[in-house]
Design a binder for this molecule. Sequence first.
Ligand code: PBG
Length: 331
Amino acid sequence: MGFPKHRPRRLRQTETMRRLVRETRLTIDNLIMPLFVRPGKGIKQPIPSMPGNYQMSVDKLVEEAKVLQGLGIPGIILFGIPEKKDEMGSDAYSDEGIIQKAIIAIKKEVKEMLVITDVCMCEYTSHGHCGFIKRDEKRGQFDVDNDMTLELLAKESVSHVQAGADIVAPSDMMDGRVGVIRDALDEKGFEHIPIMAYSAKYASGFYGPFREAAESTPGFGDRSSYQMDPHNAIESLREVALDIEEGADIVMVKPALSYLDIIRMIKDRFSYPIAAYNVSGEFSIVKAAAEKGWIDEKRVALEILTSIKRAGADMILTYWAKDAALWLKNK
Ligand code: PBG
């Protein structure tokens, strides 16, 4: 008979056996919840494109942060919708800015929670671009002024940390930003504050719902001159290497799902913690399909988060953080 004498046994027969040999474990410890803060009082305004997410005034934000801390979620990342936007994005680095107020309030009442801030200009500029815009009169074109933007980003980071931020996360993709931010923080005595760099940030269609949530859709043009081309993989290694050289402590890949190969490549080549951003579009397509009854949201969401972890991410920024904390607790 042609049967092999020994054959591999499938260790899948019972849940107990599956538990024993499971390679990837998704836990609450891996999750970071993004939150949106806006001016006002008593406001918790639903974001239509991202069911279950809200633009909250500072008082409501503090309440929510308390709930998340109670669930055991280790960190939140804050996005601000300022009172008014201008060309210079001045609310981003004002000590009276919306994010600064939010950090101070959270730090007073929700002490265990790690507060991460997104360092970028796009939510604060009237044109919605991630940096300072200069006009090339000769060509009649607009362009982001990289070096001018660096100064503003450094100011923004220092102001977030002075308010109490635990980690700053530059998401703008200007060249040299991590180094400039590192120097500015060190100079103010904030050598202990880590930088989570959005290192491999792709120009992606998956940010659509977020731009509605943060009211940051560019008024003209798009972000492809400063964000990465989705066709490129090797380039992400260069971006990560540069950010680490400049002082990044955690490197990020964004979006996550269409870029699992990038996460794995970086994991195999660098020994730094990796964050992955499970972005708004990745969340909203599942929500929409679940609302139609086409898929089981909990099952699909946990499968997605597990796949991001399996690809090599140490932490995941995800709008499912709160739900997943509940799902994982009751499993
Ligand atoms: C930039 C920033 C963006 C996101 C996080 N930080 C938007 C962008 O690059 O246009 C998107 C996150 C998401 O889609 O969930 N400040």
